[in-house]
Design a protein around this ligand. Structure first.
Ligand SMILES: NC(=O)c1ccc[n+]([C@@H]2O[C@H](COP(=O)([O-])OP(=O)(O)OC[C@H]3O[C@@H](n4cnc5c(N)ncnc54)[C@H](O)[C@@H]3O)[C@@H](O)[C@H]2O)c1
Length: 286
């Protein structure tokens, strides 16, 4: 199936990046938000990053202008009624995503492929609220989307071979390497990431070593670019806690059991870089 018109729902951190990358690669993009205020914030973010790409000579001024011209913002989901493929990127809340998939199913033509950028929720459950479970699939873009090289595709139990092949081709057209995973909690990337971060937090909690030494073991011992605790701070401890808890609730896998230390840090507002303190302390300029 030929994809040329793409829709994105949610113009937050991930949705703005997904809209930007799709438009940069030649797709006509409509991005839908809840209301004018988050929409203009999201569009301003896209424009800011396009300008920065020009300044850093990653793209030409002409490329920025043509990319920007391919993106249209809207606050009406009905504007997605001519799209070939829609990527949902609203917060990680199953009830909200179920409502959006049911509405998308009523709004979009039968041929439209419905994708979710969920980090860990069940695609099969989302597929069930639609009349096209063969055309529902996970497209897990990684952050920051404009710099990422990877797309993790997640097959719902009901996803057809044709949908999978079309979405693999779509991902390649965005210049991304493809991973294909089954619909399991956290898929490949977040299962491994959360298990690593969770183990690092437990070592710290049990007093086995300092945060610095735990991170150093992975950076110098394994060649990772950043240690697991520093990475958790970077992503936001509240985000990690929420995703980890959702994965544990789905799987009951002991590797993913939520840690008391992490909960205590989140409850006390120590969320990592964004609040100036997490496993490490940060100065404002960092
Ligand atoms: N943040 C990450 O690093 C990351 C990485 C990979 C995947 N994800 C996943 O991507 C999804 C989005 O995460 P995010 O970090 O971009 O969240 P975000 O909070 O930055 O953005 C979500 C956006 O959705 C909008 N929204 C909420 N309800 C809506 C509705 N009914 N219609 C239209 N827009 C609506 C919000 O206004 C907000 O702008 C989540 O499922 C998350 O788990 C996040």
């Amino acid at each position: 199936m030929e994809i040329s018109r793409v829709g994105v729902i949610g113009c937050g951190f991930m949705g703005s990046g997904i809209a930007q990358v799709c438009a940069r690669c030649g797709y006509d993009v409509v991005v839908v938000e809840l209301s004018e205020s988050p929409l203009s914030r999201g569009l301003a973010t896209i424009e800011y990053y396009l300008t920065r790409d020009v300044e850093k000579h990653r793209i030409s001024q002409q490329n920025k202008v043509s990319t920007w011209a391919r993106i249209r913002g809207s606050i009406a989901m009905d504007d997605l009624n001519d799209r070939d493929l829609v990527v949902e990127a609203v917060p990680e809340d199953m009830e909200l995503k179920r409502k959006i998939f049911a509405k998308l199913d009523r709004t979009c033509p039968g041929r439209t492929i419905l994708c979710s950028n969920t980090s860990c929720l069940s695609l099969t459950e989302l597929a069930r609220v639609t009349s096209r479970p063969d055309r529902v699939i996970g497209t897990h873009f990684l952050s920051p989307v404009p710099r990422s090289k990877l797309l993790e595709i997640v097959r719902a139990d009901t996803t057809s071979e044709e949908t999978l092949a079309t979405v693999e081709q779509f991902g390649r057209s965005l210049g991304l390497e493809i991973l294909v995973a089954k619909d399991t909690p956290g898929f490949i990337f977040n299962y491994l990431l959360l298990a690593l971060i969770g183990s690092a937090v437990r070592l710290l909690e049990d007093g086995v070593a300092s945060a610095e030494d735990i991170d150093k073991s992975m950076v110098l011992g394994l060649g990772l670019p950043i240690g697991p605790l520093a990475l958790a701070d970077f992503n936001g401890l509240d985000v990690g806690y929420m995703v980890g808890r959702a994965m544990y609730e789905r799987s009951k896998d002991p590797c993913l059991a939520p840690s008391a230390l992490l909960k205590e840090m989140v409850d006390s507002g120590r969320l990592g870089r964004k609040t100036g303190e997490g496993f490490y302390k940060y100065r404002e300029e960092e």
